[in-house]
Design a protein around this ligand. Structure first.
Ligand SMILES: [Zn+2]
Length: 364
């Protein structure tokens, strides 16, 4: 099978659809990694290049706010401009890593619809300037609202986004746990599993308007919990795919599905989900821990360097150890190592569609 060859850098529009299709046809998925800073973004692109693979970089509203600075006085503007700034950083640098990068935002509930709309204002200005949208896709999570409201709002925003070749990710059913204040702990169990009838309804409402993906709930939970608390049932995904396929006489796996709460998930369940149209798996908690664990080990091994500039007993200078570049780099390397594992789990290592497949020299 001839592999499509895309220009390295941010992929949007038809190129994004090519990437999604390659994943589903090849039964592999891309990690969608939450980032909060230039360093974490660079670590994700480094991991992609090292794995000769493509990647999805995404920001939650809280991650975007942190990117702009927690001291930025206007919290709403920080959420908007932090996302815009991060996206521009990726547009500038992604091609240097020789891979294809999808730019995404994470959960936006009803209260955060104005956040998405403000990012679209900036996205439309960017589109006028460059002919490309700023983001490949935004997510709208109205799964806690009535399904009719959920779908009509998603349709309204997809119409606007489709004009720039953008895609939308929607959520049906509720992912357990909490992420940046979006999510819920006390929901009834049936809602933890997406209903195939709802998926069919979404398919029929959105297919004529543009490209969409669906975060379907199959027992997945944000964060990492004690074993036994999470009962992943990938067959739920299959039921939705089968209903749409049967009703609309499509090919197998007509839906483009997203796996939320990938951190801490059982490896065999991840592998099984790849058979049912999952092309994107969100990962945040595990890469957060990988970053912090590496920094923590270093601080533990060099406690004096984090207390004194010069050793009070023997005068040793500690500049080389407390220089933030030293320990921030270890955090970045922690992310890279954890993503090597994710690429293996998702079977996407070595599958970059970029013309230089993670090797910039090949594109020169
Ligand atoms: Zn999520």
């Amino acid at each position: 099978m001839a592999q499509a060859s895309l220009k390295p850098g941010v992929v949007t529009g038809a190129d994004y659809l090519t990437l999604v299709k390659a994943c589903k046809d090849g039964k592999y998925a891309l990690p969608a990694v939450n980032v909060v800073s230039t360093g974490t973004i660079n670590a994700v692109m480094e991991a992609a290049a090292k794995n000769r693979a493509d990647v999805i970089i995404q920001l939650s509203n809280g991650g975007a706010e942190f990117y702009a600075g927690k001291g930025c006085p206007d919290s709403f503007q920080a959420k908007v401009l932090g996302a815009v700034s991060a996206a521009r950083h990726v547009h500038l640098l992604a091609a240097q890593y020789g891979v294809c990068v999808v730019l995404h935002t994470d959960h936006a509930n009803k209260k955060l619809i104005p956040w998405v709309e403000a990012m679209l204002d900036h996205g439309e200005a960017f589109y006028k300037e460059t002919g490309k949208p700023l983001f490949s896709s935004h997510m709208l999570d109205l799964s806690e609202e009535d399904i009719n409201f959920n779908l009509s709002e998603c349709a309204r925003l997809l119409r606007r986004m489709n004009k720039m070749g953008m895609s939308i990710e929607i959520e049906l059913g509720v992912t357990g746990g909490e992420e940046d204040g979006v999510g819920s702990d006390d929901i009834d169990n049936a809602k933890l599993y997406t209903q195939p009838e709802d998926v069919l309804k979404a398919y029929e409402a959105l297919l004529p308007l543009g490209h969409f993906s669906i975060a379907a709930s199959f027992g997945n939970v944000h964060g990492v919990y004690k074993p036994g608390n999470v009962k992943l049932r990938p067959d739920i995904l299959k039921n939705s795919q089968d209903l749409v396929q049967k009703t609309h006489k499509t090919a197998a796996n007509p839906l483009d599905l997203v796996f939320h709460g990938g951190s801490g998930s059982e490896k065999d369940k991840i592998a099984e989900s790849l058979n049912y149209g999952i092309f994107k798996m969100n990962i945040d908690t595990d890469t957060q821990f990988a970053f912090s664990e590496a920094v923590g080990k270093f601080v533990e091994a060099n406690p004096k360097a984090f207390k004194y500039q010069i050793d009070p007993d023997d005068g040793t200078p500690y500049k080389k150890l407390y220089d933030p570049r030293k320990w921030l780099r270890l955090g970045e390397e922690g992310i890279v190592t954890r993503l090597n594992e994710a690429y293996a789990d998702l079977r996407s290592a070595g599958k970059s569609l970029s013309a230089c497949a993670g090797d910039k020299a090949k594109c020169a």
